[in-house]
Design a binder for this molecule. Structure first.
Ligand code: DOR
Length: 426
């Protein structure tokens, strides 16, 4: 089977390419990338991509698919359906399932379910510690052999610095990155939103930015000690961006991601006690949003990952203090991120790097480029398609989205995984 994607603006940061090209897919690989009109369409399925962007398949390196164990919130099938609709050809699945993914058998189960779904690729992230309980390391060799691409206790910090030291050392021997959820639980206390003017007004317990910064500082000190590979999850604060910038200047082996809600929303979104805006780390101030945007622009923040965290009404239709942390993002992430391009914060090439090339590099997975011979994972994007976010149309089971009703410009119109069109709106 061969597929010709004709006349699109091919954006491939790995090749420094942003030009009109025809892209030929043969089987499950990229077979040719040539100037327009040079590859014959005869006998091939042709997709017209005039006025569209053709990008390497987007990769979201931080999602919660909730299977096994919480299938009422999301399954691998519904989560990957949401992923491909949102333009993602691959996602990395965090291990805070039930049971926690701390053993090879859970990783294998996730991969089997993903294969049966046949939509986006799923890269399991194994737990750093057994049960993500922060006491004993899990078996990294076994997890890697089963298909885990990184390790994280996401949802929980690794509170004990000695355990984190050993995790960085142990993971290093297997070439696996440690994805750190940076949060000092003692300092967080009973906090439920950012600590500041709005928490005061609402009478809610606050979470200061120092809760995140302290742990980032500790983890940076630990990679200096161990030489391990550290990736920081969901960076949300001004001070955190400054710490990562400084660490990168000093040559430390750190990478970092942020999420669309941290560059579009502030603590104001919590007003009215909207539990859809309850997320951990919390939505912060306009100064934090500005710092996150600056960090994306200057390369301090390598990746945009949405931290898709579906919850049901059982966890969200509650008083604010009792509701679960988390919001969904797979079907809005691209539209919200493209806003940065429309607003002149990022170039298109920078955006594709943060949503495809860099996540592939950080996780050490194939894809993230359209070079000949690469997997045929492609996202076709209409930069000008205007649409309104409506949670009731989502493929995800989650409805916990603070962007409902937003008008966005830019959408994935086709998602191709391994040469197969798995989602199309053309
Ligand atoms: O808001 C969050 N929700 N933050 C996390 O770290 C975990 C996530 C979840 O699993 O619901």
């Amino acid at each position: 089977m061969s597929l010709l994607i004709k006349g699109g603006l091919v954006v491939d940061p790995a090749q420094g390419l942003e030009q009109i090209r025809d892209l030929l897919i043969q089987g499950d690989k990229i077979a040719a990338l040539e100037p327009p009109g040079t590859i014959p369409g005869q006998g091939r399925r042709v997709v017209e991509a005039k006025d569209l962007v053709v990008a390497p398949g987007l990769i979201d390196m931080h999602v919660h698919l909730r299977e096994p164990g919480e299938e009422y919130k999301e399954t691998i099938l519904t989560g990957t359906r949401a992923a491909v609709r949102g333009g993602f050809t691959a996602v990395a699945a965090m291990p805070n399932t039930r049971p926690v993914n701390d053993t090879a058998s859970v990783t294998r189960y996730i991969l089997e379910q993903a294969k049966a779904a046949g939509l986006a690729r799923v890269y399991p992230v194994g737990a750093i510690s057994m049960g993500s309980a922060g006491r004993n390391l899990s078996e990294y060799g076994d997890q890697k052999a089963a298909g885990a691409v990184a390790l994280s206790d996401d949802g929980h910090p690794v509170a004990n610095p000695m355990l984190m030291r050993r995790a960085l050392e142990y993971a290093r021997t297997f070439g696996l990155p440690i994805i750190s959820h940076c949060e000092d639980l003692d300092l967080r206390g009973d906090g439920v939103m950012h600590e500041g003017r709005v928490s005061l007004e609402l009478g809610l317990e606050g979470i200061p930015a120092a809760v995140e910064e302290i742990m980032i500082f500790r983890d940076l000190a630990l990679i200096q000690l161990t030489g391990g590979r550290l990736h920081l999850a969901h960076v949300s604060a001004f001070g955190s961006v400054a710490l990562v910038r400084q660490a990168k200047e000093a040559g430390l082996t750190v990478t970092a991601e942020t999420a669309p809600h941290y560059f579009h929303l502030t603590e104001e979104a919590v007003k009215g006690y909207d539990t859809n805006a309850k997320v951990n780390p919390p939505l912060r101030t306009a100064a934090d949003v500005a710092a996150i945007r600056e960090g994306l622009k200057d390369g301090t923040l390598d990746a945009i990952a949405c931290d898709h965290a579906p919850h049901s009404t059982l966890e969200k239709d509650l008083e604010f203090e009792a509701a679960a942390f988390g919001l969904i993002g797979l079907e809005t992430s691209l539209g919200l991120s493209l806003k940065l391009v429309h607003d002149g914060v990022l170039t298109l090439t920078q955006l594709v790097a943060k949503m495809s090339t860099n996540p592939a590099r950080i996780l050490g997975v194939p894809g993230g480029t359209l070079t000949v011979g690469s997997p045929a994972d492609v996202t076709i994007i209409d930069l000008n398609r205007e649409w309104t976010v409506d949670v009731n149309t989502f493929a995800s089971k989650g409805r916990n989205c603070p962007f409902n009703g937003w008008s966005l410009k830019g959408k994935a119109v086709a998602t191709i995984v391994g040469g197969k069109i798995v989602s199309s709106e053309q």
